[in-house]
Design a protein around this ligand. Structure first.
Ligand code: TRP
Length: 333
């Protein structure tokens, strides 16, 4: 059975972009693969080192979100910081990556640009830890012999960086590490309510799994529609409408009717939004129920994390032994 490894930063609750872009796929994959899901708290700290409370709180919150979405309790969910081998591997891998290569990594480049927009262009925002997180992510992946990595397209440069490290390691020290491969989701990126290409917390355009009916109603009522449609019975173009986009995402069975009525002006936006709110509620209700159950039973959640981390630890020790033998950091053995 092949091994799947994926990770998520515990910096906030999951929104439907995470669900449809990634977690839904993980729920399917977990049945057919040896699946590891890492709660990447160490990686989260690279950007949130001054807010440790947030990271800590979200370890459990994210785990609850994952379980509520359908990740099974016996799937291996583990806490990155508890696997010291990852930090150790990172040190050894850091010799195999140049600083200029890290600066050229497109994901890092984009993130540096975003930091500069926030903090100014003086280079003060780029820490050693931040610049090195692709190396640490390579350790996340190889530590568990991850073969397939189901992540969105924003992660492609990080998988590429990991593959380069694996190649270099194996060519210098002999075949040791497993070469990973990205497994792209069909919908790798979900658009926001405002039509932005990305749904994100900082963009304020997301629907969260924790949102109440009231939140959902408010958000959908203000979602972006075809701005050329002024009156209720104006014909419109569903392809530029976020309400139509989410009808599709939620696999509304009446999708053709929604599309045709929109195009020929027999469907007003308010009615269309109300129908979407109903569908969104149908989707969220079972998740909310499971959330409530796990919120009331935190010991079950912590147990999932403990067992997952134990299993991950065993695999990490095995990899670490192999790596140390390959690089001859085994003086007394
Ligand atoms: N960088 C990923 C993200 O921001 C999270 C992550 C950490 C990850 N470690 C990983 C993803 C290992 C895949 C494999 O979403």
């Amino acid at each position: 059975m092949k091994t799947i490894l994926t990770g998520i930063r515990p910096t906030g609750n999951l929104h439907i972009g995470h669900y449809f872009g990634a977690v839904k796929n993980w729920c399917k994959l977990q049945n057919d693969y040896n699946t590891f899901i890492e709660i990447a708290d160490v990686q989260a700290l690279t950007d949130n080192f001054n807010d440790p409370d947030k990271v800590r709180k979200n370890v459990r919150e994210i785990t609850i979100d994952l379980l509520s979405c359908g990740i099974k309790e016996d799937t291996t969910i583990f806490i990155q910081s508890m696997i010291h081998e990852i930090a150790e591997l990172t040190v050894f891998y850091s010799n195999l990556v140049t600083i200029s290569r890290l600066y050229r990594n497109p994901t890092i480049k984009t993130e540096i640009r975003q930091k500069q927009e926030l903090f100014g262009n003086n280079g003060e925002s780029v820490t050693y830890g931040f610049l090195g997180y692709p190396v640490s992510q390579a350790a996340d992946i190889t530590c568990f012999n991850g073969e397939l990595i189901p992540v969105g397209e924003d992660q492609t440069p990080l998988i590429e960086q990991c593959r380069e490290i694996v190649k270099k390691f194996n060519s210098i020290y002999g075949e040791t590490l497993t070469m990973p491969e990205q497994l792209l989701t069909k919908t790798p990126r979900i658009k926001g309510l405002d039509g932005n290409e990305k749904m994100g917390k900082s963009l304020g355009n997301a629907i969260y799994l924790t949102d109440t009916t009231e939140d959902v109603t408010k958000k959908i009522m203000s979602a972006k529609t075809d701005t050329n449609k002024i009156k209720k019975d104006d014909p419109a173009n569903p392809e530029v409408c976020m309400v139509y986009y989410y009808h599709k995402l939620l696999e509304n069975k009446n999708i053709e009717t929604v599309c045709n009525e929109c195009k020929n002006g027999t469907r007003g936006c308010v009615a269309c939004k109300k129908e979407l709110i109903e569908k969104m509620e149908e989707f969220l209700t079972p998740i909310r129920e499971k959330r409530k159950y796990y919120k009331e039973n935190p010991e079950i959640v912590d147990n999932v994390l403990k067992e997952g981390t134990n299993k991950a630890k065993k695999q990490a020790e095995e990899t670490m032994n192999k790596v140390k033998n390959s690089i001859k950091i085994n003086y007394f053995e």
